[in-house]
Ligand binder design. Structure first.
Ligand SMILES: [Zn+2]
Ligand SMILES: [Zn+2]
Length: 194
């Protein structure tokens, strides 16, 4: 925590020039039932405009038959090839990997245009536990905010409560909050959104 100045900081990170963000479900005929709630949550954290716009491409080309998973880097590349100046958050329900890791919850282009997120390992049922839609939604929101934070130039944060704290396991996602710490909020305000 930095020292308090006599002028109270705004309650949320709200970039001067509003963020224009598309949530882009990939490999689905229609948006997932939870995407609108996610859009509202991202709007409240980052400000600006958030809309849901399904991808014009599918998942097939990103499937790795040897691993039985989908290549996050390849998908991210296809996502970033979409025209326009808006930021992009790709969302899939399949398991993602990057070549050096067994799996990833998501992947972002640091200081870039976009990020991708998988809901697959955020679901209790794949760990043999009872289904919990509220917990899943909370995890999805945290990871979406985390990956977008990277895309907006934020790096991993040492504050264990901060959403930018890194999480390798799903339990670690549950331990942190969905909020940016004061430090990360301050840094985010300095990031140009265009
Ligand atoms: Zn991260
Ligand atoms: Zn932080």
């Amino acid at each position: 925590m930095g020292s308090r100045s006599d002028i109270a900081p705004p309650p949320r990170a709200r970039p001067e020039r509003g963020l224009r963000l598309w949530i882009v479900p990939i490999g689905l005929k229609q948006a997932l039932p939870w995407t609108e709630a996610l859009a509202a949550q991202l709007r409240s954290v980052f400000g600006g405009e958030v809309i849901v716009a399904p991808a014009p491409f599918g998942l097939e080309a990103s499937f790795d038959p040897q691993r039985g998973q989908y290549n996050a880097l390849e998908l991210l590349e296809r996502l970033l090839a979409l025209p326009g100046s808006q930021r992009l958050l790709g969302i899939v329900e399949v398991d993602l990997f990057i070549p050096m890791l067994t799996y990833v919850f998501g992947q972002a282009q640091l200081n870039g245009r976009g990020a991708i997120l998988s809901s697959y390992r955020l679901d209790n049922t794949i760990y043999g536990l009872a289904r919990d839609d509220r917990l899943r939604a909370a995890r999805i929101a945290k990871e979406a905010i985390h990956e977008l934070g990277h895309a907006l130039g934020l790096v991993h944060c040492r504050d264990p409560d901060c959403v930018m704290h890194s999480s390798l396991y799903v339990e670690e996602i549950d331990l942190k909050s969905a909020a940016l710490c004061a430090c990360c909020r301050r840094r985010l305000r300095e990031v140009p959104t265009e």
